[in-house]
Design a protein around this ligand. Structure first.
Ligand code: C5P
Length: 224
């Protein structure tokens, strides 16, 4: 039997990636964190495509796509993101990347650059992909679609704790502001905006633990 294709979209810091990773392990699926790809391109731009005033030179980024090789490698069961053979899995979580990623991700050129590789990974089935436009644009025919949401205060707390765990300094107020701004840019952009697919199941996990959210998703999948 063909393994399912599952799309998980939603607001920033609703736990999409960590939840998807665990579901992938339970169901024997590949997990692709598409946010990491957008963060990777942003990290590259911050290293290589800056204007004198420190802003990202988008034209230079667009003409550098052929110098970007993104690859997930399995290291002791963890998928680690490499860009041109450099492990960037921690670097892409920095505040600098978070502050710039939505501006990079709203560019058509960037979305086009990343679209086909996401789609081709899903061709054989057996994948859970999380992001913002998976159920609407990348995999509109996914077997299951979920849309995660939670209150801004709860999401701020989660993201703040995640940064602390990674050893990245942050202030709670700044974290909250970044989430609000990213969600706004992501929702209002012209191409592939963050929105719930009509056929997605919405889960508000403000008051749910990670385990409970995972169970809610598995209940839907196993019901069918
Ligand atoms: O998932 P994460 O919060 O790491 O995503 C970082 C950013 O990447 C999002 O705020 C959004 O701008 C962009 N993104 C996107 N489409 C996706 C996944 C992420 O535009 N499918």
């Amino acid at each position: 039997m063909k393994k399912p294709v599952i799309a998980i979209d939603g607001y920033s810091s609703t736990g999409k990636s960590s939840i998807s990773k665990i579901i992938a392990e339970k169901l024997g699926l590949i997990h692709l964190d598409t946010g990491a790809l957008y963060r990777g391109v942003t990290w590259f731009a911050l290293q290589n495509c800056l204007n004198d005033n420190g802003t990202i030179n988008l034209e230079r980024l667009f003409s550098s796509f052929d110098q970007i090789e993104l690859e997930f490698k399995n290291q002791n069961g963890e998928l680690v993101l490499f860009l041109n053979h450099i492990d960037i899995s921690k670097a892409i979580r920095s505040n600098e990347v978070s502050d710039n990623v939505s501006l990079v991700a709203k560019q058509k050129e960037v979305r086009d650059f990343l679209l086909e590789s996401q789609r081709s990974l899903a061709e054989k089935g057996g994948i859970i992909m999380d992001g913002r436009d998976i159920g609407t644009v990348v995999l509109p025919n996914a077997d299951f679609k979920f849309f995660l949401t939670a209150s801004i205060d709860e999401r701020t707390k989660r993201r703040y704790n995640e940064l602390l765990t990674l050893g990245i300094e942050a202030e709670e107020q700044q974290v909250k502001q970044n989430l609000i701004e990213r969600d706004k840019i992501d929702s209002e952009r012209e191409i592939a905006p963050l929105r719930q697919a009509e056929d997605a199941i919405v889960i508000d996990n403000t008051d749910l633990t990670k385990k409970e959210t995972i169970q809610a998703i598995l209940n839907h999948i196993q019901k069918i």
